[in-house]
Design a binder for this molecule. Structure first.
Ligand code: ZN
Length: 181
């Protein structure tokens, strides 16, 4: 049975983006914990690995690299930000040249999240289209997706996230459970 690695983007000393009264690292920790709680409710036997919010990204990647296998799945949760408050929607990034398992995992997640939050589906994109061009967390042995839930800079994205985040967490939990069997 595979392991689900659930990671909250950024950490306690790296706030990430901010907007509309929100700070990204607080949102990602909350969302990761909602997904983890739902996985434990639905499937207590599923093996979960949760990142330590005191760890830097480099430390998280090293810890995942030490234990991840090709049977595992990894989801890193982030929120997007843009200068224009109109930018809207959910996005998934996968590694450049990602295997099909990563792409279909990411596709399921971005479709459900955008539908539940009633925001645009920006689809599954290669990391080369991300701000950093290469995302180290996507390069462990696990099949991996980096989710940008919505835009912290968009009031509607954030209001909808507040209203429906539990439903989004529920669907993400179900997708993860189904993948690791
Ligand atoms: Zn982020």
């Amino acid at each position: 049975m595979g392991v689900i690695f659930l990671i909250a983007g950024h950490h306690l000393k790296d706030p990430g983006a901010s907007g509309n009264g929100y700070q990204e690292n607080k949102l990602t920790i909350e969302m990761r914990d909602l997904i983890a709680t739902r996985i434990r409710q639905l499937s207590p036997g599923t093996i979960l690995w949760i990142d330590d919010d005191r760890d830097t990204l480099t430390q998280v990647i090293a810890k995942v690299n030490a234990v991840a296998t090709a049977d595992d799945y990894l989801l890193d949760v982030h929120f997007d930000a843009a200068a224009s408050p109109k930018a809207s929607g959910a996005t998934v990034f996968v590694a450049d040249g990602a295997r099909d398992k990563s792409k279909s995992f990411g596709k399921d997640i971005v479709e459900f999240v955008s539908t539940i939050l009633r925001i645009p589906n920006r689809g599954v994109r290669s990391e080369v289209l991300s701000n950093r061009k290469r995302l180290g967390i996507l390069h462990t042995k696990a099949s991996s997706a980096l989710l940008e839930v919505g835009f912290i800079s968009n009031p509607t994205d954030m209001a909808n996230h507040e209203d429906w985040k539990h439903w989004a967490a529920d669907e993400i939990a179900r997708i993860c459970i189904a993948r690791v069997g």
